[in-house]
Design a binder for this molecule. Structure first.
Ligand code: UDP
Length: 321
């Protein structure tokens, strides 16, 4: 039994991770700036092994005291959604930098850390699939989208230095478009967006020409991947992609969703400039190479896209009735 600290614990991935940690008999403290209320992912969680702390990772004295008490630390707190990043690049970067500064100052070698990084760090790197060792091509600083990738990448550099210099056990996972039940559609991610449009019977919004591609990882697969990295010391001090290799264009994704919910639904193509603030730049293709994590841990994704969509649809329908 370990004492686990999860930052961003009230969020989508955090809440799924916490359910799993509790069912594996660990003690969990969730730190999140969101208030504890009905809309919270963890609202129904009632366990003496679970504690919720409402607060910011930028509250250094609070965060440092929670770090000191933990055996395992999962750093998941982040600004979510491309639009919110563009609207608040400084807050986006601070959330990462503040967490890592306190981890670097406080963590010790008898703890273990998981850092949730992102496929955004690959930026405009024009290679498919994306492997962890590739040189990276990010956008110019005038485009605020890149504040997220840059602050995540800086955090990766600092954490890998912490591993090398002070031998602190840690591992970095780069998440590729994680989706699943309880994902909040308010952040604009494409699958919850299109599914909720389909349920409402309104046209599905496809941005740009819809030829951009993504691959979507079910949140349960992402949790399995995180735990397999945390439970395997040979993974320490390394970066791993976490995702699913099944690539689909957004136009084809919209078609799949129409067929799943109502084939008569319309798809509306919307130019980016009509829907995204200045500072937006599209990433055209993004598919992970998953060879490294498989080689080190044996993990591979289990969910096919069709099953993931069905799972998300069931959860959304459950919420709307
Ligand atoms: N997208 C879309 N319609 C929507 C929301 C998103 O066509 O209602 C597109 C978006 O432009 C991007 C892709 O879907 O090409 C994935 O967007 P998301 O925000 O989910 O993730 P990210 O861009 O970070 O991969």
């Amino acid at each position: 039994m370990a004492k686990c600290l999860v930052t961003g614990g009230a969020g989508f991935i955090g809440s799924h991770l916490i359910s799993r940690l509790l069912s594996d008999n660990h003690h969990v403290v969730a730190l999140d700036h969101a208030p504890w209320n009905n809309s919270n992912n963890l609202f129904n969680l009632n366990s003496s092994a679970f504690k919720y702390v409402q607060g910011s990772v930028s509250n250094s004295s609070l965060f440092r005291s929670l770090i000191t008490d933990a055996d395992q630390i999962y750093l998941l707190a982040a600004t979510l959604g491309v639009r919110r990043v563009i609207e608040n690049p400084i807050g986006t970067a601070n959330t990462q930098v503040d967490q890592i500064r306190d981890i670097c100052a406080t963590a010790s070698s008898n703890q273990k850390i998981f850092y949730a990084s992102t496929s955004e760090v690959y930026g405009k790197t024009n290679v498919s699939p994306l492997t962890e060792g590739l040189p990276l091509v990010l956008g110019e600083p005038g485009k605020a989208r890149w504040a997220y990738a840059c602050s995540k990448l800086l955090s990766e550099y600092l954490l890998l230095s912490l591993y090398r210099d002070k031998n602190i056990p840690l591992v970095v996972g780069r998440f590729f478009n994680v989706v699943g039940p309880r994902q909040n559609q308010a952040y604009g991610a494409v699958i919850p967006n299109l599914l909720s449009q389909a349920i409402k019977g309104i046209p599905l919004t496809v941005f740009g020409d819809g030829t951009q591609t993504r691959s979507f990882c079910h949140v349960e697969d992402a949790v399995d991947a995180m735990l397999s990295l945390m439970n395997n010391d040979s993974c320490n001090g390394q970066v791993y992609n976490i995702g699913n290799a099944e690539e689909i264009s957004i136009r084809n994704l919209a078609d799949k969703i129409r067929l799943l919910v109502d084939p008569l639904l319309e798809t509306k193509m919307i130019p980016y400039e009509d829907v995204m603030p200045t500072g937006f730049e599209e990433i055209l293709h993004r598919v992970p190479s998953l060879g490294k994590i498989k080689q080190y841990t044996g993990w591979s994704s289990k969910y096919k896209l069709d099953e993931t969509l069905l799972d998300c649809l069931r959860a959304l329908k459950g919420n709307s009735v």
